[in-house]
Write a protein that binds this ligand. Sequence first.
Ligand code: NAP
Length: 297
Amino acid sequence: MGKPLHFNKVAIIGIGLIGGSLALVLRNEGIASNIVGIGRGLHNLESAQRLGIIDSFTRDIGEGFKDADLVVVAVPVLKIAETIRQAAPHLKPGCIVTDVGSVKGAVITEVTPLIPEGVHFVAGHPIAGTEHSGAEAAFPELYIGRKCILTPTQKTDSGALEKVRFIWEATGAKVVVMDAASHDMILAAVSHLPHMIAYTLVNTVGDIEDSGVDALSYSAGGFKDFTRIASSSPEMWSDICAMNKAQLLKTIDGFSRRLESLRALIEKEDLAALRSEFGRAKSLRDSLIKNNPKERA
Ligand code: NAP
């Protein structure tokens, strides 16, 4: 893009980890003059203003979106369409609406019919996060070196797509464009399934705790590393399960088959086959770390 991109008014609904971190970049890079935060809880919005993430806030969607040039929807995925439905009458022609939801197919299907004539919707998903939530968790370096996936459809305006690409590149992310179905299949495997496993693993040990054995106090670094993402927001992750249900079920079935076959090898005491299984996983994981040495685990 030739000249630097600038928006007079940016409205961000959901000033949490993802929306708040993006707001900090828009401010630091001079991409936005005025950032209005919209949310439900006063405490989070007040924190966001105190931390310099937003210029002002409102809990009134109409007031927040009025005259915005860019709208970022950063609420849990199940609430994205409802948010846009409420916002639609207040969006001005030419406004760009983008989201950051972790599921793309269902969001696009729900949101596309709600977008008024002359308003442009670009679906996106930054592949970055921590297990923390809310404005206090936001930091501007969150996206550096991470991927951000944009999933345009045939209806997506090419100019709006380029502007959203520019915004994400300004965060330090590498922008990748793909279709929503591919996004949902890949993310089910590398993000949604690991969260399901982490929650299940912690609850499995929780069952042992419930039987009166304090197993958790014996857990070491490995257990904590592996289960870090089980501290993620239950609301966000239950929404993701609902919105990416078909892909997630397929991925869970594939995982269950693998676990069953591992169980059979353990039962048979087939150590050679176990070594081969573990060796394959070790070399895949080692090459991931070797190729991305600076990434957070
Ligand atoms: P978060 O830190 O919990 O922030 C979500 C924000 O949305 C909160 O500030 C919450 O504030 C607000 N909110 C929730 N429901 C709302 C509603 N109905 N109306 C208005 N505001 C509402 O969550 P996050 O991690 O930033 O996730 C936000 C989005 O980013 C989700 O769609 C998620 O799928 C996506 N995402 C997350 C990650 C990740 O790893 N965390 C990565 C990439 C994408 P109040 O409760 O005060 O309203």
